[in-house]
Design a protein around this ligand. Structure first.
Ligand code: NAD
Length: 372
């Protein structure tokens, strides 16, 4: 395969990240087909044309079904609001396209199940936009855990906080509509769960709590009732006896992109924060007690695939680089190579956990993930 044609639906915040990833992936990883940015779709024709010019796409449309049907499009990036993922992903898979869909899968479990079934039936590759698992730091943490560097994992805490909805006067958007899902659970908690899935395993039982800091938000000239919960907490019990917590808040003033991971083992600990994602803190309980302490490891060429971006250590990677790596992993999977990706089946397991947490919050009891 010398070239591969991609289509992009949605050109907002994540749409631009996908466009940059498709633009950069071949330059960064020279082992991929040349990516042809074939077609882009937006809600309105002029906007679609403007974005196609900006992002370097050959054609544009305001009809996502036309994009999905286009023979020049082999992979479809879906970066639209959550409520649209299921219909777009299923149509793309049925048209024989590979799919790169932003997280979460879909607001309802039934839609997520249909997406996973469509992926299985199509024989195409379908993955979700769980970019944080692609970080060199997270890969390094996985290696440390596997090598037993901190012993058996006993407990983990993951917090994801941002303040983009902290202002009570921030305008109402699709993120406050029930059609987008539960709120912070679908928007944020899925990311910690992607890390748990990749690094630790699957939770058995959960206990959840969700809350809504502001009852309404400005909308047009008036105010509109907020239908989602912007804060959520979950206790998790893992199959092997380890326990953990997830706390997420999209109204956390001062936190800009905090995704903090604390992993405690029988012989040490690992701490990582996405806000400083070129650094990993490692504590190993060995040697004289007076010399023990956290060691900071700075990501560099020894932490793949950092070296693909820049040969020099200490120069740091950024968020969009994670999307380039994710695009590469998707292409690897399409080419039948080993690939680190969360496909629709693995994504469905994350969705089941999300729905179990929400159910627990409603019913005030521990919920087994397999119940949902
Ligand atoms: N992986 C991550 O870290 C991450 C971060 C942010 C958002 N997301 C996910 O990405 C998705 C999009 O979020 P966003 O922040 O980019 O939203 P956004 O509102 O900035 O962008 C959505 C875009 O989709 C377009 N759109 C809506 N309906 C459309 C249609 N029918 N056809 C074509 N285009 C359409 C909108 O016009 C808009 O440009 C969400 O599912 C969100 O959860 C993922």
């Amino acid at each position: 395969m010398r070239t591969i044609g991609v289509g992009l639906i949605g050109t907002g915040y994540m749409g631009k990240c996908h466009a940059l990833a498709w633009t950069g992936v071949h330059a960064v990883f020279d082992d991929t087909p040349i990516v042809r940015r074939a077609m882009l779709c937006e809600v309105e024709e002029n906007l679609a044309r403007r974005r196609a010019d900006e992002f370097g796409f050959e054609a544009s449309t305001d009809d996502w079904r036309a994009l999905v049907a286009d023979p020049g499009v082999e992979v479809v990036s879906i970066t639209t609001p959550n409520a649209l993922h299921a219909q777009m992903a299923i149509a793309a898979l049925e048209a024989g396209k590979h799919v790169w869909c932003e997280k979460p899968m879909a607001p309802s479990l039934e839609e997520s199940e249909r997406m996973a079934a469509a992926a299985r039936a199509s024989g195409r590759v379908a993955i979700l936009g769980y970019n944080y698992i692609q970080s060199p730091a997270v890969r390094f943490i996985g290696k440390l855990l596997k090598s037993g560097a901190i012993g058996r994992l006993t407990h983990f805490r993951i917090e994801m906080d941002e303040d983009y909805m902290a202002d009570a006067e921030a305008p109402f958007s699709w993120r406050s509509q029930a059609s987008s899902g539960y709120g912070a659970l679908d928007d944020f908690a899925v990311h910690p769960l992607s890390l748990i899935t990749t690094l630790i395993g699957a939770p058995n039982e959960v206990f959840g709590e969700m809350s809504k800091p502001y009852p309404d938000r400005p909308d047009g000239g008036g105010r509109r009732k907020v239908e989602t919960s912007d804060i959520a907490t979950a206790l998790l019990r893992m199959a092997d006896g380890a326990s953990g917590t997830i706390q997420v808040n999209r109204c956390a003033w001062g936190r800009k992109g905090r995704l903090q991971l604390q992993l405690f083992g029988a012989r040490g600990a690992i701490v990582f924060d996405q806000e400083r994602f070129n650094e990993v803190q490692v504590y190993v309980a060995e040697g004289p007690p007076e010399a023990q302490g956290f060691r900071q490891v700075l990501m560099g060429p020894a932490h793949p695939p950092y070296e693909r971006f820049i040969a020099a250590p200490g120069h740091q990677m950024g968020f969009n680089d994670l999307k380039v790596i994710e695009a590469h992993e998707l292409l690897n999977r399409i080419l039948g190579r080993p690939s680190l990706t969360i496909d629709f089946d693995a994504g469905l397991a994350i969705e089941r956990t999300i729905h179990a947490i929400a159910r627990s919050s409603r019913e005030g009891r521990w919920v087994t993930v397999s119940e949902s």
